[in-house]
Design a protein around this ligand. Structure first.
Ligand code: ATP
Ligand code: KDG
Length: 330
């Protein structure tokens, strides 16, 4: 038995989440529903403009959300990432260790700098628009990978958000190569429309000659394969991965186990914040896959967890909430 069920690699970010009206997005020229990379100056400018709004920090980072969710459900999990020796970095690491996630980082050896932060603006339609200041995670590279841990894992999970920086992309590709050479399954999330729009070739480099499992929402799939119909998205997803899950917000998800396609509807609920919906979906799905659950049941578990998450603010559920999720699927 491998030591880890899931090994993730991605950005380490702490989210600062704000509930804002749509008019503020237009005023601040924010791309609605997308993730935009910003520099430190813009980060401070946005914080100033948001100073009259309530916010609370919360562990974020797409793959970190996924790996944490899997760990909360009981998976043995590892996360490769980079934080600085500041308050935000300590906050991020405390969060990971509270969920039992192992990492490559040692608190006494953290470099100086700024840990990455993501300003998440949530509008009344529950859509999240993100502005990310990567800080030190911009430097994530193959040095953050733990080859022995990858070899001792059942699944590697890579976030598409690693694609813009050459060194980060190299780490994603290396993680896939180590996995492939050692019979470890490899999965990826396409992450975001902007990543697909601007870095499609880089994502193709990460995908290589195909993966075991890919997570995408339907908009990302449309952009990735330059198609409009859901049928063409499905064909596109089949061309890059043996299995896949294509999430569709309130419509649920379409999942493919290599032979059969399942259309799994979502429960009708009132969503307040969709930040992290795709992340927790992937985490619960990977937990199911690595714990002998049938493929369709992984989709049910993932959808249940994601639908629970979007009914509250923040990208993560508490340990107690995750225990409730897991109890429904024993
Ligand atoms: N409005 C909603 N009602 C019910 N379930 C929802 C809703 N929005 C999201 N979900 C659940 O979350 C899953 C993932 O949602 P979605 O397709 O929006 O992911 P995403 O776009 O990757 O999210 P994000 O990028 O914000 O993490 C859906 O398959 C569904 O189970
Ligand atoms: O911007 C990135 O790189 C992200 O991964 C953003 C995350 O999805 C965000 O922190 C959500 O928790």
């Amino acid at each position: 038995m491998p030591k880890f069920h899931v090994y993730g690699v991605g950005n380490a970010l702490v989210d600062l989440e704000y509930e804002v009206p749509d008019s503020l997005l237009s005023e601040l020229k924010i791309d609605k529903g997308l993730m935009t990379l910003i520099e430190e100056e813009r980060h401070h400018e946005l914080l100033d403009k948001l100073s009259t709004y309530q916010s609370r920090p919360c562990g974020g980072g797409s793959a970190a959300n996924t790996i944490t969710a899997a760990a909360q459900l009981g998976s043995a999990a590892y996360y490769s990432c980079k934080v600085a020796n500041d308050v935000t970095g300590t906050y991020f690491l405390d969060d990971l260790s509270a969920s039992g996630v192992q990492t490559n980082l040692q608190r006494e050896n953290l470099a100086a700098g700024h840990t990455g932060k993501c300003i998440v603006m949530v509008t009344p339609d529950a859509e999240r628009s993100m502005n990310t200041f990567l800080g030190i995670t911009r430097e994530i590279s193959v040095a953050e990978l733990d080859e022995a841990a990858i070899k001792d894992s059942e699944y590697v999970y890579i976030e598409g958000y690693l694609v813009p920086e050459v060194n980060a992309r190299a780490a994603a590709i290396k993680a896939r190569e180590i996995a492939r050479a050692n019979g470890v399954k490899c999965s990826l999330t396409l992450s975001d429309g902007n990543m697909v729009n601007y870095f499609k070739d880089g994502l193709k480099e990460i995908i290589g000659d195909g993966l075991d499992m890919v997570f995408s929402n339907e908009d990302e799939a449309r952009l990735m394969f330059d198609v409009t119909s859901i049928e063409d998205c499905i064909e596109g997803m089949k061309s890059i991965s043996r299995q896949f899950a294509m999430t569709r917000g309130p419509k649920g998800a379409m999942i493919f186990d290599g032979e059969k396609l399942y259309d799994i509807p979502a429960k009708k609920i009132e969503a307040v914040d969709t930040n992290g919906a795709g992340d927790i979906y992937a985490g619960a799905f990977l937990h199911g896959l690595t714990h002998g659950m049938r493929f369709a049941d992984c989709g049910e578990l993932a959808g249940y967890a994601a639908t629970k998450l979007v009914q509250q603010m923040g990208a993560r559920l508490s340990d107690d909430q995750m225990i409730e999720v897991s109890k429904r699927f024993v």
